[in-house]
Design a protein around this ligand. Structure first.
Ligand code: ATP
Ligand code: MG
Length: 443
């Protein structure tokens, strides 16, 4: 395992241990006694009486489940929403898994559209842009390739409920909630892992990360966002499989990096990215900056303070603009790259070109980063000028505020500029992890 090299660098505040005690295999308290083998074969179902807070369950998602059940299908709440409710969090959205085929779902709901070519899913639409995703149970496609290449390229095979649980990534993500009986259905030991607050893959971690290396980033995201530990075997497999990240679909990588930074856990996420070595694979310019002992004792501190500022702003104001997140992420090495250079745009270009290539950063975002990098120094010097009328002025103010915060300097001047620039209506507050509010609903 690779640890950050600078002993003086303080870890992020309230950093969880990230590594938990080894898997206890059986858990008497929860009435679960599942051998590792059974668990992986998915032969044993344990049901837990775990009535979730009814008020926290999205009523439209509940409606969808109930209508499917009344029509004779199996239907459960699944995945992130069950996990978040069990951990006392607020789910971002509610997903449903069912035995009904997509066309059966469409026949039951007028407000339904089918999406996806590779795997067809039903989206049931409600007011305020709310979408309840309804997916038919499916299973892992099985060993199609006798060679060692485990990378999953297609996963569109219908299956049974237990197979649908086993194809998922982590045990805590594979729990099904039976609304009628108010029970959690667990085929892979997810409940004991919820109780010990641990991230564990379903099956061999090395295999699961090789199948889909993006799961490495997902493990980091859940550890950071939900303050969970990572099972030691899983952690070691993340480190061992990190080079596989280079094989993953690049747009997924970019999206997942944004997700690491959007939910109030940017500081912990980037710490873990660095520690696990995923940063060196996906963002070597940043890892090199943090690893460079000579130049960056202060630089690393400023970097993590920026991540901290992002988390505070996100929690206070809602999700930040993607361009703000990306500029703040690369700000330190970018600042280094433009130092003493006349053509700032050109230098930022040269810096970003390989990043665009490696993680598929969209041109629109790269362009925004480039423009903001020329605006921020002027804002910090109080020379705002014509920039105040451009569409990137508010995002640039956000970045300037984050930069000042990381230097431990006052941000009062930025607040004043923002008050001047802000249109009268307050910008919509997008909570980092709440389900979408219905338009016109009670606040
Ligand atoms: P979030 O709160 O960030 O949405 P989530 O767990 O709901 O977290 P999604 O990406 O919405 O994550 O995926 C929904 C569910 O699909 C997950 O809970 C998991 O069971 C399954 N899943 C998602 N991505 C993968 C993956 N790469 N491999 C296996 N299963 C996955
Ligand atoms: Mg989700």
């Amino acid at each position: 395992m690779r640890r950050p090299s600078k002993p003086d660098l303080p870890p992020p505040p309230e950093l969880p241990s990230f590594r938990v005690e080894p898997d206890p295999v059986s858990d008497g308290d929860a009435g679960v006694n599942v051998s590792v083998l059974d668990r992986h074969e998915g032969t044993k179902l344990s049901r837990h009486d775990a009535p979730l807070d009814e008020d926290a369950i999205d009523p439209d998602a509940a409606k969808v489940v109930r209508r499917l059940e009344r029509s004779g299908y199996q239907a459960y709440l699944v995945g992130g929403c069950v996990r978040d409710l069990l951990l006392n969090g607020r789910p971002k959205d509610f997903d449903v898994a069912t035995s009904a085929r997509p066309d059966d779902v469409r026949a039951l709901f007028r407000n339904c559209r089918i999406i996806g070519r590779r795997f067809r899913l039903a989206h049931v639409l409600f007011g305020g842009g709310k979408i309840v995703e309804v997916a038919t149970f499916r299973k892992n496609p099985g060993e199609t390739d006798p060679d060692d290449d485990l990378l999953i390229r297609s996963d569109n095979v219908f299956g049974e409920a237990h197979e649908d649980a086993l194809r998922r990534d982590f045990t805590i993500n594979a729990l099904f909630y039976d609304l009628d009986r108010r029970q959690v259905l667990d085929w892979c030991g997810g409940m004991p892992d919820i109780q010990r607050r641990a991230i564990r893959t379903i099956g061999e971690p090395i295999v699961r990360f090789r199948e889909d290396p993006v799961r490495i980033l997902r493990a980091i995201k859940f550890a950071a966002r939900l303050d969970l530990g990572i099972d030691p075997n899983v952690y070691d497999a993340m480190v061992a499989s990190r080079l596989e990240l280079a094989r993953a679909a690049r747009p997924r990588l970019f999206e997942e990096i944004l997700r690491l930074m959007r939910a109030g856990g940017a500081h912990r996420s980037m710490w873990l990215m660095w520690e696990v070595g995923a940063m060196a694979v996906l963002m070597p310019e940043l890892a090199a900056f943090l690893d460079d002992d000579e130049a960056t004792e202060d630089g690393s501190l400023r970097f993590f303070r920026k991540m901290d500022a992002i988390d505070r702003k996100t929690i206070a104001e809602g999700v930040l603009d993607d361009i703000v997140l990306m500029t703040a992420l690369f700000y330190e090495p970018l600042e280094e790259a433009v130092q003493g250079v006349r053509d700032v745009m050109g230098a930022v270009n040269d810096f970003l070109e390989p990043v665009i290539e490696r993680i598929a950063m969209p041109r629109r975002i790269a362009d925004g980063v480039r423009r903001i990098m020329t605006m921020v120094p002027r804002i910090l010097q109080g020379r705002v000028g014509r920039f105040a009328r451009t569409d990137l002025f508010l995002p640039a103010l956000d970045v300037a505020e984050i930069v000042l915060h990381s230097r431990g300097q006052s941000t009062t001047a930025i607040q004043a500029l923002r008050r001047e620039a802000m249109p009268p209506a307050p910008r919509e507050h997008r909570r980092p992890s709440a389900f979408p509010r219905q338009r016109g609903a009670r606040r």
